[in-house]
Design a protein around this ligand. Sequence first.
Ligand code: SAM
Length: 170
Amino acid sequence: MYELFGLKHIFIRMKIILVVIGKTDEAYLNTGIVKYYNRIKHYISFKMTVIPDIKNTKNLSEDQQKNKEGELILAQIQPNDELVLLDEGGKVFSSRGFAGFMEQKLLHGTKRLVFVVGGPYGFSKDVYQRARVKISLSKMTFSHQMVRLIFAEQLYRAMTILKNQPYHHD
Ligand SMILES: C[S@@+](CC[C@H](N)C(=O)[O-])C[C@H]1O[C@@H](n2cnc3c(N)ncnc32)[C@H](O)[C@@H]1O
């Protein structure tokens, strides 16, 4: 069904950016992220932008840290970007549902689809205001470090679903 839309060309145009806070600090996470990053890039342009972790350099309150991180997140966003927050309180999709979400973005000609993972205390008000869409990966809360790997696997899964490739089974 998806081939009908000629997605091959659209896949090549859209860029996906995952904005995260702080370097991946565990080798096992890095290994997984690199694995899925290498797989995803066969389908679509995908890069992870790492905002430096500010928590160890300044003695900030939780709100101050969130606001500072918020400024750094928003500095990465261009006016026409579609911003999607990964947030426990967001919409919960099945993997096929998320593939459908990605398909809509591809078909509507989105140029830069930017997903953001919050810091340890979540997002500032300004970041929530700029984003139209929030997606939850589960009702459970994961560490901001783990979310980048879980998201990368789901993005890869979505690409294989859109291409009718045998990775997802349900
Ligand atoms: C430790 S959580 C922050 C939790 C914090 N209670 C809050 O107010 O958001 C760090 C970040 O990981 C991401 N995250 C954690 N669990 C998630 C989930 N189930 N779905 C989507 N994103 C999640 C979100 O981006 C969140 O801002």
